[in-house]
Design a protein around this ligand. Structure first.
Ligand code: PMP
Length: 400
C-alpha cells in the first residue's frame, strides 16, 4: 500500500473542467431518459461541413497518411495556416513558426509549459476560460486573476492591469472574443493593450479561437495586426474547432518566435509526436476554402444570440450584457440571491445552477467555474427550438 497519495502534487492541484463536467452530467441525464436541455457545452451543434469530411475520407484512404509525420505538423497544413493568418490577421508568419497541436487547448498547454517557470505570475483577466489558470498551476506558475464586472463591460484596461504587475510577472493572457463573456475588444482597445504590453516586456499569449464569430458588424482584431512590434514576445493560439464546427477533430496551432518554437517543438516531439494526419488533412481543406460555410453558421448563431439576450433580459434579477462575439451569454444573476425557489434559498450562482437543473431540467454553467461568482454562462450553440424551450423553462422557474 502507498503511505501517501500516489497522485503527484503537480496533477493533484488541477481541477476538473467544470464545463465538461456539467455537459457530461446533462448528457448522462439525457441518456437515462430525462429531457434535459444543455446550455453547457462550448461547441457548435452543426455537423462539420461536407467538403471537410470528404477531404478526411480521401486522406484516410491514402497510405502516406498512415505513417508518422513531422511532430510539428504537415507542411501543407502549416502553409495553409500561414496563408490564413495573412488573410485574417494581416500578419506574415513562416510555416516554420507554426506547430500543429491537438486542439487549441494543447497549443495553450505547450505555450504555458514552454514559457512559465515555478513561481512565475501569469495575469489572467477574470472571468476567464477555466483551462488557463489550471495549466498555469500545472506549470508551477501562479495565476493572477484580474477581476472585471458587468459595469466594466468585463474588460481590462492598461491602467487596471498595471496595478497587478510585480517583478515575477511573466505573461499576460488575452482572448477576444472571450469565453465566457462573448466580449470583444475594439481595434482601438486592442492597440492600447498591445502598446502597453510592449512597454512591459513580458510574454503575451493571445487566443484567437473565436476570431470569426463576431456580430452586429463588429470584427475581431489580432493583437499583432495593430502592434506588430509585439511579435517577438507573443504566442498566438488558434484552431479550427469553433470556426468550422470541428471540435472533435482536435486540430489547433501555435505561432511563436523562433526560440519558443524550437523549445515547444522539442516538447511536442516527446509528448505527442504528430497529431492525427487525417484530422490535419481535414483542417487543411477547411483553411484552404473561403469562409462561406462559416458565414452560414455565424448567421444562425447571431439569430440565437438575439433571442437568448432578449429572453434572459426578461428574467427578474438578471442583468445581461449583449455579447459581440463567440457563442456565450453571461448574465449577472445576483439579483436573484436571497430568493426562495422550489423550497431552496438561492445564495450563489452555484445554488442557482443546481435548482435550474433539478427543477427545470436545464444545464447552465455557474460563474464560479470562470472565477466570477454571481453569473451564469449559457452557450447558444444549440438548435433554435431547444434554445427557446430551455429559456422558457428558466423563465417559468424564476419568473419574468
Ligand atoms: N480557447 C478558448 C477560449 C476556448 O473556449 C476553447 C474551447 N472551449 C479553446 C481555446 C480550445 O478549443 P479546442 O481545444 O477545442 O481547439
Amino acid at each position: 500500500m502507498f503511505q501517501t497519495s500516489p497522485i503527484s502534487q503537480r496533477v493533484a492541484h488541477v481541477e476538473e473542467s467544470a464545463t465538461l463536467a456539467i455537459d457530461a452530467k446533462a448528457k448522462a441525464l439525457k441518456a437515462s431518459g430525462i429531457d434535459v436541455i444543455g446550455f453547457g457545452a462550448g461547441e457548435p451543434d452543426f455537423p462539420t461541413p461536407e467538403f471537410i469530411v470528404e477531404a478526411a475520407v480521401k486522406a484516410a484512404r491514402d497510405p502516406k497518411n498512415h505513417k508518422y509525420t513531422p511532430a510539428i505538423g504537415l507542411i501543407e497544413l502549416r502553409e495553409a495556416i500561414s496563408a490564413k493568418t495573412s488573410r485574417d490577421s494581416k500578419l506574415e508568419v513562416s510555416p516554420n513558426q507554426i506547430i500543429v497541436t491537438n486542439g487549441g487547448k494543447h497549443a495553450i498547454f505547450n505555450t504555458i509549459m514552454t514559457l512559465v517557470d515555478e513561481g512565475d505570475e501569469v495575469l489572467i483577466p477574470s472571468p476567464f476560460w477555466t483551462t488557463y489558470p489550471e495549466l498555469v498551476k500545472l506549470a508551477g506558475g501562479i495565476p493572477i486573476k484580474i477581476p472585471t464586472s458587468y459595469e466594466m463591460g468585463y474588460k481590462v484596461t492598461p491602467q487596471i492591469i498595471e496595478t497587478y504587475f510585480t517583478n515575477r510577472t511573466k505573461m499576460f493572457i488575452h482572448v477576444s472574443p472571450s469565453n465566457p463573456t462573448g466580449v470583444l475588444y475594439s481595434r482601438e482597445e486592442t492597440r492600447e493593450l498591445g502598446e502597453f504590453l510592449l512597454g512591459k516586456g513580458i510574454w503575451v499569449m493571445t487566443d484567437e479561437i473565436y476570431e470569426h464569430l463576431t456580430y452586429d458588424g463588429h470584427t475581431s482584431t489580432s493583437l499583432l495586426e495593430v502592434v506588430p512590434d509585439l511579435r517577438e514576445n507573443t504566442v498566438i493560439v488558434n484552431g479550427v474547432a469553433k470556426t468550422y464546427a470541428m471540435t472533435g477533430w482536435r486540430i489547433g496551432w501555435m505561432i511563436s518566435p523562433k526560440e519558443v518554437h524550437r523549445a515547444a517543438s522539442n516538447l511536442q516531439s516527446q509528448m505527442t509526436s504528430n497529431i492525427s494526419n487525417v484530422s490535419q488533412r481535414a483542417a487543411q481543406a477547411a483553411l484552404e476554402a473561403d469562409l462561406s460555410s462559416v458565414t452560414a453558421m455565424r448567421n444562425a448563431f447571431d439569430r440565437r444570440r438575439k433571442t437568448m439576450v432578449s429572453m434572459l433580459s426578461e428574467i427578474h434579477g438578471f442583468r445581461t450584457l449583449v455579447p459581440e462575439g463567440a457563442f456565450y451569454v453571461f448574465p449577472e444573476v445576483s439579483g436573484v440571491f436571497g430568493r426562495e425557489i422550489a423550497g431552496k434559498t438561492i445564495n450563489s450562482s452555484m445554488d442557482l445552477t443546481e435548482v435550474i437543473l433539478d427543477q427545470a431540467k436545464v444545464a447552465v454553467v455557474p460563474g464560479e467555474a470562470f472565477g466570477s461568482p454571481g453569473h451564469l454562462r449559457l452557450s447558444y450553440a444549440l438548435s433554435d427550438e431547444s434554445l427557446v424551450e430551455g429559456l422558457q423553462r428558466i423563465q417559468k422557474l424564476l419568473g419574468s
